[in-house]
Design a binder for this molecule. Structure first.
Ligand SMILES: [Zn+2]
Ligand SMILES: [Zn+2]
Length: 330
C-alpha cells in the first residue's frame, strides 16, 4: 500500500483512509468510474477486504500494465523518429487546430538523408509528439509490430492484437507540411487489443484501441474501443485483422503499390521518395528490429513494466536512453 495526502473513505469500514492499494492504482478507465483507486484506513481493513477486492484489483493491475506497455510502444516510436527524422524542418506554426510543418525541400538531385529532430523548434511536448507522428499511422504500425508482440506477453498482459484501418471523422488537430499535399481523406491505422482475463479474474474481456501515431490528430494513445470509435466518428475501412506487420511491411507494400498504380492518391507523398530514401528507411527499421531481437538493454524495458508508480517515470527515462543509445551507435 502507498500513503497519500488526500483523505478518502475506507473501502471496508468507511472511516477516513489514506492508504491506497498499490496493486491497482493509476489504472486506465474502461467504464466510467471503474478506475477509481481503492483506499483503506488500516492494513487490517485491507486484509479483511481482500477476498472482495481481489478480482477487481487484479483486473485493474493488468490494465496498469497494458497502459505502461502502450506508453513504451510510443516511446519506442518517438525515439526512433527523433533519430531518423525525414523532414528538414524550419518552423512549426499552429493555426486553427492545424500544425503547419514548414520544411525545406531537398534540392533536385540531392540524395535523401535522415536528420536528428530539431527539438529546439518545438518545446511543447504535445506539439512535439504531433510533429514527430506526422504521416506515421501506417509506418508506426509496421515499426512497432515486433516490439508489441514481445512487450505484451512480457508484461504478463493476456491479449490478442489486431490492426484496424479507420477513417477519422472527428479529430482535435492535424498536421500539414508546407510545402506539401492537402490531406482530404484521412486513413488512420490503429491497434485493437482485446484483453482476456485469466479465469481467476471474473471480468469480461475488454477491447481497447492503441493509437501509436495518434498525436498528429490529438487522439489518445489508449482508449476503450467503443469510446474511441464513437468519439472520433470512425468508419472502419479494413479489419480487424491479425497484427502480423513486420518492420518493413509498409515499405514493401508501398513499393509494390507504386509499381502497380503509380498515380494513386494515397501515394502522392511517397512518390517523392527516391531509392536512397527507401534504402535508408529500410536500414533504420532493421536496426530497430535488431534492438527488439537482440534485447540489448531490453531488460531495462521489461523492468519498467513492474514497480510502483513512483518508480515508473524514472524507469521510463532509463528505457528511452537504452534504445536511443542502440539506435545511435550501431
Ligand atoms: Zn477501514
Ligand atoms: Zn487493489
Amino acid at each position: 500500500m502507498s500513503s497519500t495526502n488526500t483523505t478518502q473513505t475506507c473501502a471496508l469500514c468507511s472511516k477516513e483512509a489514506t492508504l491506497r492499494c498499490s496493486g491497482c492504482g493509476d489504472s486506465p478507465e474502461y467504464r466510467l468510474g471503474d478506475a477509481l483507486d481503492t483506499f483503506y484506513c488500516s492494513r487490517a481493513c485491507q486484509r479483511e477486504h481482500r477476498p472482495t477486492h481481489k478480482s477487481r484489483c487484479k483486473a485493474k493491475g493488468l490494465r496498469v500494465k497494458l497502459g505502461r506497455a502502450v506508453i513504451m510502444l510510443r516511446l519506442g516510436m518517438l525515439t526512433y523518429r527523433e533519430i531518423f527524422y525525414d523532414l528538414n524542418l524550419t518552423k512549426v506554426e499552429s493555426r486553427d487546430d492545424v500544425l503547419f510543418l514548414h520544411h525545406k525541400e531537398p534540392k533536385p538531385g540531392a540524395s535523401f538523408k535522415f536528420r536528428p529532430f530539431p527539438n529546439h523548434l518545438v518545446t511543447n511536448w504535445v506539439i512535439q509528439h504531433a510533429v514527430l507522428c506526422h504521416n506515421q499511422s501506417i509506418a508506426a504500425i509496421a515499426l512497432l509490430g515486433r516490439l508489441a508482440r514481445k512487450l505484451f506477453p512480457d508484461a504478463g498482459v493476456p491479449c490478442t492484437l489486431e490492426t484496424l484501418d479507420l477513417h477519422l471523422g472527428n479529430f482535435g488537430v492535424c498536421t500539414r507540411t508546407v510545402p506539401g499535399p492537402e490531406h482530404t481523406n484521412i486513413i488512420h491505422t490503429v491497434i485493437k487489443v482485446t484483453l482476456s482475463f485469466p479465469p481467476n479474474i471474473a471480468t469480461e474481456p475488454e477491447a481497447w484501441v492503441i493509437d501509436p501515431a495518434g498525436c498528429q490528430y490529438g487522439t489518445p494513445i489508449l482508449a476503450p474501443y467503443e469510446e474511441y470509435i464513437a468519439a472520433h466518428k470512425c468508419r472502419i475501412l479494413n479489419g480487424p485483422s491479425a497484427y502480423t506487420a513486420t518492420e518493413t511491411t509498409d515499405v514493401d507494400d508501398f513499393q509494390s503499390l507504386l509499381e502497380l498504380s503509380p498515380h494513386s492518391e494515397i501515394l502522392n507523398e511517397m512518390q517523392n521518395w527516391d531509392s536512397q530514401r527507401w534504402l535508408l528507411e529500410r536500414r533504420a527499421r532493421m536496426k530497430f528490429a535488431a534492438w527488439v531481437d537482440e534485447g540489448s538493454g531490453y531488460h531495462v524495458w521489461k523492468r519498467a513494466l513492474d514497480g510502483t508508480s513512483h518508480e515508473w517515470l524514472e524507469k521510463l527515462r532509463a528505457s528511452k536512453s537504452v534504445i536511443r543509445r542502440f539506435l545511435l551507435t550501431r
